[in-house]
Design a protein around this ligand. Structure first.
Ligand SMILES: Cc1cc2nc3c(=O)[nH]c(=O)nc-3n(C[C@H](O)[C@H](O)[C@H](O)COP(=O)(O)O)c2cc1C
Length: 648
């Protein structure tokens, strides 16, 4: 039962990973998510009764295994010591640069890091010159010495992942807090947590850090703030921040200087075209795309050849791709259930529009150089590069911009009405917040749409490049098993395209780009930068263990890998337990993914296939209906220590 619950939770996490890039979630995926929650209701009720004890056992053991990062590590006994390195002395850095505010971030996809940057920057307004710091690069034991700096304050912007786990960069700090017993008396702190309410462990890391620092003797200067990424995390942050600063002023007996903090963090250098060491889209090492060298990871992705890219839908106006990536010479390894990360590039048309609106030659090579010489982050992205490279490879130009970006854009409007509109949305008035919600979020405007709709706004392109967030890799559930396909990774992805309320067509960054990457035997195969991210979405160790997989739509992707793996075990003569797949889609003749393969496995007595076609008859049928009907079978599998997985 314990493993069953683990699988259930992991399934939920997995479902979210599939939807990680919100801008790329199609309407069909959203509707499968909604139906999944009904499944969860049904199944969970039964579960809670039988599995509570095991659940508690698991919860207590949670600290022993990290469930999101894929990193393996060992917990040390109570006096865990972190590596001390004088270069990592954030206290020295603060002292040498006359600062007293340090803002740490635990961030995976950049939101926490961005919030930390904004807080550190705003500090000058309150005579608290600030510095952003990555806990992974700091000796966090120095927190005990921070009190030696007058009016010092440590702020923590901490995101939560998986089953309430910290981000990779905050892992060591988190363990230190959990296992250490430092005396933090005299340390002044505040915490803002980043999370998502749809997760069971909502903002667990922020809550824990806030509580634990107090337990260790530190003084909370302002109450814990909680940001919900399912709602409007930007709004949560500015609402918290606007009360945070007055509380800080009261605590230290200081006043706002009223200073405008829209100063730049990076200075610009532009070069003539003779420069030879110019980044052209590499993530870390210059020329790494030309001289590929393992090991491959997020900073050194492997340029993989696309060997197959075929359409899976038989009819209809939507597209679903089956893509096979070549990993033969890469030394990359994967397990079924892992994720493939793909670094996409932005649409050329959008990139060129930005160049046009900003009236800048996109071929110009430039660098953004941190004005804070103490900072470990010298550039916001690999520099020098051309503006075209920055906008194509490194910056997210399709997200809804956050309010601080609008504030800076306002300064570049020559038309007073347009300037006021941006300022209003960037402000904290209820009217401004409502306008931001409507004009940016609901109308789904990205930076290109804003510049299009506010024609007098002509930002300096280098400033815009400083403001835009980094383009993130997209994660896809791997839909193959290495047992069957050791040299290839398969991915199953629906092409995202939808109309926004302003009548524009928004296209998913990665899927639209991948769609064009069709291998042709006469040409060199198209290549894509990839790396494998380990997951905890795993088959039970013993093939005899019965499993139920619920995977409507592209939620079936990881289960194709699981089924291939179970089939491999069967062919090796091993006994394989019941393997049940619930799959749902619109119509049998339209979007039944991998129909032939699944029917073949069913014919060979490996798979029990349960399918729901919502639009093939008058009355809608979803996987939830099938599960309800099969309650007895499912319960029987639970009683045999089966595993249940949900993905969608
Ligand atoms: C795969 C995944 C797992 C997540 N798990 C949780 C969770 O367990 N609890 C929670 O409150 N939020 C969870 N979140 C939401 C993130 O914490 C939230 O989106 C946050 O803003 C991310 O911050 P970052 O951009 O700084 O990494 C999860 C998000 C993803 C993509």
């Amino acid at each position: 039962m314990a493993s069953f619950i683990t699988s259930w939770i992991t399934g939920l996490v997995m479902g979210t990973i599939m939807d990680e890039t919100k801008a790329e979630v199609g309407a069909e995926q959203i509707s499968s998510d909604v139906s999944l929650f009904s499944i969860i209701d049904i199944v969970l009720l039964a579960l809670i009764i039988g599995g509570l004890t095991w659940w508690l056992v698991k919860k207590n053991n949670r600290n022993v295994s990290n469930l999101t990062s894929g990193k393996s590590y060992t917990i040390q006994p109570t006096s865990l010591t972190m590596q001390t390195n004088t270069d990592n002395s954030f206290v020295k850095k603060l002292q040498s640069s006359g600062r007293s505010l340090v803002v740490f971030y635990g961030s995976q996809t950049g939101t926490g890091e961005e919030f930390a940057g904004r807080l550190a920057k705003e500090g000058v307004r309150y005579r608290l010159k600030g510095m952003v710091a990555d806990p992974e690069e700091c000796d966090m034991e120095e927190l005990v010495n921070l009190k030696n700096i007058p009016n010092s304050l440590a702020v923590f912007c901490m995101a939560t992942y998986g089953e309430g786990d910290p981000t990779d960069n905050a892992m060591e700090f988190y363990e230190w807090l959990q296992n250490g017993d430092a005396d933090l008396t005299g340390l002044n702190y505040a915490v803002f947590g980043l999370g998502n309410k749809t997760y069971e462990h909502y903002n667990d890391v922020g809550k824990y850090v806030d509580k634990r620092l107090e337990e260790l003797g530190a003084t909370r200067v302002f109450e814990l703030g909680l940001g919900d990424d399912d709602g409007n995390i930007e709004d949560d942050f500015i609402t918290w921040k606007d009360k945070f600063w007055p509380a800080v002023c009261e605590f230290y007996g200081i006043e706002s200087t009223g200073e405008d903090i829209s100063m730049r963090q990076y200075r610009l250098e532009e070069y003539d075209d003779s420069l030879d060491r110019v980044f052209t889209g590499e993530m870390g090492r210059l020329h790494s795309h030309k001289n590929q060298r393992p090991p491959y990871d997020a900073k050194n992705p492997y340029l993989s050849k696309i060997l197959v890219n075929r359409e899976l839908f038989k009819s209809g106006d939507r597209n679903c791709m089956h893509i096979e990536f070549d990993i033969e010479d890469s030394k990359l390894r994967y397990d079924s259930g892992d994720h493939l990360a793909v670094y996409p590039i932005n649409n050329t048309e959008l990139v060129e529009k930005i160049g046009k609106f900003c009236e800048k030659n996109l071929e110009t090579v430039f660098s953004l150089i941190n004005t804070d010489e103490e900072s470990s982050k010298k550039h916001p992205f690999p520099c020098p590069c051309s503006y075209k490279t920055a906008l194509t490879h490194y910056l997210d130009i399709t997200q809804n911009p956050r309010t601080h970006v609008l504030k800076e854009l306002a300064e570049y409007c020559s038309e007073p009405a347009e300037k006021e509109k941006l300022k209003l949305m960037a402000g904290t008035s209820p009217e401004g917040k409502a306008l931001y919600q409507k004009w940016i979020i609901e109308d789904n405007r990205n930076i290109v749409h804003i510049l299009e709709d506010l024609p007098s706004c002509k930002p300096a392109l280098d400033h815009l490049c400083e403001l835009l967030p980094r383009l993130q890799p997209r994660y896809y559930s791997i839909s193959s098993s290495p047992k069957l396909h050791p040299t290839r990774v398969h991915v199953t992805a629906v092409v995202v395209e939808y109309k926004t309320p302003t009548g524009r067509v928004n296209k998913g960054v990665a899927t639209t780009w991948l769609r064009e990457k069709i291998p042709n035997s006469n040409e060199v195969a198209p290549t894509v930068p990839i790396f494998v991210r380990k997951s905890q979405f795993r088959l039970p160790n013993k093939p005899q263990t019965p499993i139920i997989m619920i995977g409507p739509g592209t939620g079936v992707a990881p289960f194709r890998g699981f089924i291939q793996e179970r089939n491999h075990s069967k062919q090796e003569g091993k006994q394989v337990g019941q393997t049940i797949l619930y799959f749902g889609c619109r119509k049998r003749n339209e979007d039944f993914l991998y129909e032939e393969e699944f029917l073949e496995y069913e014919k060979n007595d490996l798979l029990t296939l349960k399918v729901a076609f919502s639009r093939d008859q008058e009355k809608k049928v979803y996987v939830t209906h099938l599960i309800e009907k099969d309650a007895d079978v499912i319960w029987n599998i639970f009683e045999n220590n089966g595993h249940l997985y949900i993905c969608g």
